[in-house]
Write a protein that binds this ligand. Structure first.
Ligand code: OAD
Ligand code: ZN
Length: 239
């Protein structure tokens, strides 16, 4: 595939790689993305992602929110794919500094990555809205419909950043820092249309910005190297 040789070279030479990714990183693990034509929204939802995953929607249409959430976010048995594994390997080798992800599926950690910045939260953490009791992934998975608190009956909310909600500033600052100081920035599996997350890539100051995405993205023009392909396949060709 065109461009892979350049990518191999850049990765080989660098010990300061940062990765920034999105839903496309997990499609090869069987978790559908959001905006592809065969993505989840096009299949069976009447609302766009920005609506279903909004704070207002969660509060007003909690049942519909959880119907979607069970489908998309609580995919059981999903395993890290070649992209997750290669990133963990590059970190272990001291070449990659951090994975910055918009995903909430926890697959980077499962693959062994240590420094993972989750811009949009995680399905692993959930809290009762009333008494703030903590609940894990298993509890959410086992509850049909709207999950409620064992202690007080309050509705449980995932620790996931919904539209209309703010991102964690500490995580954002760390992400900016990693990106601003990165030698190679690899961006993959994201349409780059959701802000403020997508805006983070503008902090990169180097000249080795790699974009690996199946389809064209909103920002193909800023890439020094653009590879259109499946990220698991591309990453598995790296040393
Ligand atoms: P999108 O669904 O918007 O974009 C995923 C991109 O990955 C698309 O451009 C696909 O072409 C590409 N893609 C799919 N499979 C791929 C593969 N195997 N290899 C390479 N590329 C692949 O997902 P995000 O950009 O992550 O927000 O969306 C950003 C945010 O919108 C999400 O974090 C979520 C959503 O609403 C919240 O949950 C707050
Ligand atoms: Zn409670």
């Amino acid at each position: 595939m065109e461009g892979i040789e350049t990518l191999r070279q850049w990765v080989k030479e660098s010990d300061n790689i940062v990765f920034f990714g999105g839903a496309g990183v997990s499609t090869e693990s069987g978790i559908p993305d959001f905006r592809s034509v065969d993505g989840l929204y096009h299949q069976k939802y009447d609302y766009p992602p920005e609506t279903i995953l909004s704070h207002t929607f969660f509060m007003k249409k909690t049942e519909e929110f959880y119907r979607f959430y069970h489908d998309k976010m609580l995919v059981s048995g999903a395993k890290p794919n070649a992209a997750h594994l290669k990133l963990a390997e590059l970190e272990a080798k001291g070449k990659l500094k951090a994975v910055i992800t918009q995903n909430i599926d926890g697959l980077h950690q499962l693959a062994g990555s240590k420094e993972v910045l989750e811009l949009h939260g995680s399905v692993q953490r959930n809290y009762c809205q009333k008494c703030h009791k903590f609940y894990d992934f298993a509890k959410m998975q086992s509850s049909a419909g709207v999950p409620v608190c064992d202690d007080c009956g309050g509705v449980i909310k995932p620790d996931v950043v919904l539209y209309e909600e703010g991102l964690d500033m500490q995580t954002m600052n760390k992400a900016v820092n990693y990106i601003a100081n990165a030698d190679v920035l690899i961006i993959g599996g994201t349409s780059l249309v959701v802000y403020p997350a997508a805006g983070l890539i503008d902090y990169y100051r180097g000249n080795k910005l790699v974009l690996i995405n199946l389809s064209e993205t909103a920002r193909d023009d800023v890439a020094d190297l653009c590879i259109h392909g499946r990220i698991g396949e591309v990453m598995s060709q790296l040393e």
